[in-house]
Ligand binder design. Structure first.
Ligand code: OOG
Ligand code: MG
Length: 256
């Protein structure tokens, strides 16, 4: 496996919003190599001036594992170029076949440089916010193997983060609702995220420490989707509500 070449392929696909064939179809590779490709693709982004802002977990809920046919926890890196403002219009032109999923996002308040226990996790957090992740697989038909999706930075593409709160108590089993134009499209609970989204912080600390990735204070941690993802089309008003925490929203359009 030529790591640099594979990284260039997924990175170009993302930049040009042009899908590519799954890499594993012609060149089987390992999970370890997949993370090397992911890292190399992030280095390409950094070389263009993008900055790391956090990490995301994927497949932390059964709903997502079933939807995508992958059943291992995965993680990817987030850059500032992926951030969309809460309430703002999002141009779908930069995506291939975007989908949106309801999540919660944590903001850390201390450096994390070792695996945390579940009991410690909240003392490392500054705030939590309702959030939505816009995922956009770079592979044709949004189909991939575990290795392919890891190499593709776990389909990371966009983030919309609602207002920060410090109400961590109700987070374990809060109702999650995603609406398109006022119509409910996904309904669930934060309990779907590893039983408690705080466990995503524990997993993030373990994975990042293992990979020697620094998580400085001020890092965003996207906990993973609570429900299946929903395809985005232009002209939508998309809203996500996490009971007791708040809401986030955006609209979609197709730029010229
Ligand atoms: C992979 C990313 C999964 C989540 O929240 O579970 C993910 C994908 O579904 O394309 O972000
Ligand atoms: Mg996600």
């Amino acid at each position: 496996m030529n790591i640099a070449d594979a990284a260039r392929r997924v990175d170009d696909a993302a930049r040009n919003a042009m899908s590519i064939e799954q890499i594993s179809l012609t060149q089987p590779f390992s999970v370890r190599e997949a993370y090397e490709i992911q890292r190399a693709s992030i280095e390409r982004r950094r070389a263009r001036g993008e900055n790391l802002i956090g990490i995301k977990l994927g497949f932390t809920s059964r709903a997502k594992m079933i939807q995508m046919g992958v059943d291992s926890l995965i993680w990817g890196l987030l850059t500032d170029a992926m951030l969309e403002e809460d309430g703002a219009p999002v141009d779908l032109k930069r995506f291939i076949h975007p989908r949106v999923e309801p999540e919660v996002c944590f903001l850390t308040r201390r450096d994390i440089d070792r695996p945390l226990t579940a009991l410690e996790a909240s003392s490392y957090l500054e705030a939590v916010a309702p959030a939505m992740e816009i995922i956009d697989s770079r592979y044709e038909a949004f189909r991939f193997s575990l290795e392919d999706v890891i190499a593709d930075n776990c389909s990371s593409s966009g983030l919309v983060i609602g207002a920060w709160s410090n109400r961590f108590e109700g987070l374990r089993n809060a109702g999650v609702l995603m609406r398109f134009g006022g119509r409910n499209v996904q309904l669930g609970s934060t309990a779907a995220i590893l039983g408690n989204p705080l466990r995503s912080v524990v997993q993030a600390s373990r994975l990042a420490t293992q990979a020697e990735v620094a998580l400085p204070a001020g890092t965003l941690i996207m906990a993973g989707a609570a429900t299946a993802a929903q395809a985005l089309t232009p002209g939508l008003h998309v809203q996500c509500e996490v009971a007791g925490i708040g809401q986030a929203e955006f609209t979609t359009y197709l730029g010229a």
